[in-house]
Design a binder for this molecule. Structure first.
Ligand SMILES: N[C@@H](CCC(=O)N[C@@H](CS)C(=O)NCC(=O)O)C(=O)O
Length: 213
């Protein structure tokens, strides 16, 4: 049965390219797994949506009989038994994937949301040193390795690199050359480019559907 990935029916410009279905699309492209995209309304969210994602968010998937929400859990499920979760590296891949979600993404999100939405610039400014500290620590931990767990690109790198796109695009990797190179190595992969193109095409189609009424 073809895997179903659910995202919103439409979003405004600013989150396009960053809606978290991107990380699921990216992994599915890496794995060569076909999938179809279904949507839930961004506005007027439904009870059916809530039944499948208890925080009324996206993404979530249906893989056969299994429905799964939380992008991290979805990535872990899909990567299991594949080259992106090498058996010998499994505990460390899981460790880094959870570090991405728990020790990096919250700092990045708190800072970027303050930067975009708080009228008072001081909120973002207060948070920026914490993000910079985490990024410098991440770079130090990466050391000379090409990827977080060694020589192989894994699902942990996929998620970490997706999260790093926000600080990268806002200049926070400008002085962290090895980390910037790591993030670029990941997002240069054809699977990411395809995933990004497909997500952007999804929003363009949504605009067209709206315009057509
Ligand atoms: N921890 C969740 C976060 C999901 C999340 O924040 N989704 C965003 C889109 S990227 C969303 O649905 N935002 C709308 C909202 O929170 O109401 C995950 O990783 O799946």
């Amino acid at each position: 049965m073809t895997l179903v990935l659910t995202t919103y029916d439409w979003v405004p410009e600013f989150p396009r390219g960053f809606v978290r279905d991107i990380r699921v699309r990216w992994l599915l492209e890496e794995l060569g797994r076909p999938y179809v995209v279904e949507t839930v309304p961004l506005k007027d969210r439904t009870a059916d949506h809530l039944a499948r994602q208890p925080f009324h968010q996206v993404p979530f998937i249906r893989d056969g009989d299994l429905t799964l929400f939380e992008s991290g859990a979805i990535l872990l499920h899909l990567a299991e038994g594949t080259a992106l979760m090498p058996a010998a590296q499994r505990p460390h891949v899981q460790q880094w994937l959870i570090a991405a979600l728990n020790s990096v993404e919250p700092f990045v999100m708190a800072w970027i949301l303050a930067k975009f939405f708080d009228k008072d610039d001081a909120h973002a400014a207060r948070r920026e040193p914490l993000v910079r500290q985490r990024l410098a620590q991440l770079q130090a931990a990466l050391g000379d390795r090409p990827w977080l767990t060694g020589d192989d690109f894994t699902v942990a790198d996929l998620l970490m690199a997706d999260i790093l796109r926000i600080p990268a695009q806002n200049g926070l990797l400008d002085d962290l050359h090895p980390l910037a190179a790591y993030a670029e190595r990941a997002t240069d992969r054809p699977a990411f480019r395809k995933a990004l193109a497909d997500q952007m095409a999804h929003w363009r189609a949504a605009d067209e559907a709206r315009a057509a009424g």
